[in-house]
Design a protein around this ligand. Structure first.
Ligand SMILES: C[S@@+](CC[C@H](N)C(=O)[O-])C[C@H]1O[C@@H](n2cnc3c(N)ncnc32)[C@H](O)[C@@H]1O
Length: 361
C-alpha cells in the first residue's frame, strides 16, 4: 500500500521524538573513529517544505517543531535537534523540515555511510534529488573530503528486505532506523521478523524502531514483542501530547523502541522528556513513559521487566532513578500534573479498543 506520504506529518510531535533521539544516537556513534553505517529502511523524501503542499494541509508541525522553534531554554539534546532544523532554514523562517535522512547527513561524519531505502516512487525520486543537490553543494564548497565509496546511497525498494544484504556492516558499527507507515498491520509483523533476522546477522547493532501508540491490538502488543527479541538490552520510550479523542482518530502518542541502546540514552531522555511533555503537551493527558530492560530469547524473557505505574513527578527529575541498576523501574510521569491512570495514554497497554480503525499517524 503506497498511499502514505510523510509530508502530511512532517515536523509533528512524533517526528520531534524520533529525530531528536536519532540525532543523539548518531552523535554517540560518532564518538569512536570507526566508521558507522546508518541504515534507514523507510527513508521518506528527506526534506519537506512546510509552507506548501501536503505539509501545509494539516500543519501537523504546529504540534511539534513549531512549539520548540523560539524556545530559549531547550535542554542540550533538543537544542541540537532544533539547531539542525534551523540550519536548514537560514532565513530564520520555519519553511523546511528535515526527515531522518537529512538528520543523518548532518549528524554523521564524512567517513560514515548512509544507506536509504524508500519504496514510494515519488518520494524515492525526491529523496534522490535532495541528496544529489546536497552532495553537489558539499563537494562544491569543499566541505567533504573525497572518501572511498559512496557516502550516501538511495535504493528505491523494500527496506525490510534490503536491510538483510547490508548486515553486518564491514566496520561492525551500525545504526538502523526502522520507521514504516503502519498503515497496514503487516508492518508490525514485518518489523519484528526483520529484527529477528537482523539480530541474527548483526547481534551488536543498534536498532531504533518508531511506532504509533494506538488502540489497535498490533500497536499495543508491539513493545512487548520487541522486548522478547534476543538483544542485549532495550529501551522503550513513549510521548503522549494529549488525551486520545473518543473516536480514536489522530495521533496523540508515539514511541521509539531501541534495541542495544547506548548507555547514554536513558539519562538523556530522563532530562529531556519532562521538558517535551510540558512544551508539547496539550492537556492533562500529556505524559511520557520510559522503560529499560534486558532482551529475552524468543518465548522466554531473560529478566523480568520491572513495571511500576504512575511514578510521582519528582522521580522524573534529571538524575533521578538508578541508571545502571540491574532492574530499573518504568517511569510514567505527567509533568502537567496528573498521575497516569489505567486506560490513559500513559498506560498504553491498558487502553481499550474503540472498535473503529484508527489512523496510523
Ligand atoms: C514514516 S515515513 C518515513 C519517514 C522518515 N523515516 C523520516 O523520519 O523522515 C515511511 C516511509 O516508508 C515508505 N515505505 C513504505 N513501505 C516501505 C517499504 N517496505 N520499504 C521502504 N519504504 C517503505 C513510505 O513511502 C514512507 O515514505
Amino acid at each position: 500500500m503506497l498511499s502514505y506520504r510523510h509530508a502530511f506529518h512532517a515536523g509533528n510531535h512524533a517526528d520531534v521524538l524520533k529525530h531528536m533521539i536519532a540525532i543523539q544516537l548518531m552523535r554517540y556513534f560518532g564518538q569512536k573513529e570507526t566508521p558507522t553505517m546508518y541504515i534507514d529502511t523507510h527513508a521518506g523524501a528527506g526534506i519537506y517544505a512546510l509552507d506548501t503542499g501536503y505539509a501545509a494541509k494539516n500543519a501537523e508541525y504546529a504540534n511539534g517543531i513549531a512549539k520548540l522553534w523560539d524556545r530559549k531554554d531547550l535542554p542540550a539534546p533538543l537544542k541540537e535537534y532544533v539547531d539542525l532544523v534551523k540550519a536548514l532554514n537560514p532565513s530564520g523562517k520555519m519553511r523546511y523540515y528535515p526527515g531522518s535522512p537529512y538528520c543523518a547527513d548532518r549528524a554523521l561524519r564524512p567517513q560514515d555511510r548512509i544507506r536509504l531505502f524508500e519504496l514510494h516512487p515519488s518520494d524515492a525520486k525526491i529523496l534522490e534529488d535532495n541528496f544529489r543537490k546536497l552532495e553537489q553543494g558539499a563537494a562544491a564548497s569543499g566541505q567533504r573530503p573525497a572518501v572511498r565509496g559512496k557516502r550516501v546511497m538511495v535504493e528505491k525498494g523494500d527496506g525490510f528486505t534490503g536491510l538483510k544484504a547490508l548486515l553486518p556492516p564491514p566496520s561492525r558499527r551500525g545504526l538502523v532506523l526502522i520507521d514504516p507507515p503502519y498503515e497496514v498491520k503487516e508492518d508490525y509483523r514485518r518489523v519484528r521478523d526483520t529484527l529477528v533476522d537482523a539480530l541474527g546477522r548483526f547481534p551488536t547493532g543498534t536498532y531504533a524502531v518508531w511506532y504509533p501508540v494506538l488502540q489497535r491490538m498490533e500497536s499495543r502488543q508491539m513493545p512487548e514483542k520487541l522486548m522478547r527479541l534476543p538483544a542485549q538490552d532495550w529501551l522503550n520510550v513513549t510521548l503522549s501530547i494529549r488525551t486520545p479523542t473518543p473516536d480514536g482518530f489522530g495521533l496523540h502518542s508515539s514511541g521509539m523502541f531501541i534495541l542495544n541502546p547506548p548507555w547514554t540514552l536513558e539519562p538523556m531522555l530522563r532530562e529531556v522528556l519532562p521538558y517535551l511533555v510540558s512544551a508539547l503537551g496539550e492537556d492533562e493527558g500529556a505524559s511520557f513513559t520510559l522503560e529499560v530492560g534486558e532482551g529475552g530469547t524468543p518465548g522466554k524473557v531473560r529478566q523480568p521487566m520491572a513495571r511500576e505505574v504512575a511514578a510521582p513527578m519528582r522521580d522524573s527529575r534529571p538524575g533521578a532513578g538508578k541508571a545502571g541498576s540491574p532492574q530499573r523501574p518504568v517511569q510514567r510521569t505527567n509533568p502537567l500534573g496528573k498521575a497516569a491512570r489505567p486506560g490513559s495514554p500513559s498506560a498504553p497497554r491498558r487502553t481499550a479498543g474503540t472498535g473503529k480503525p484508527p489512523r496510523s499517524r
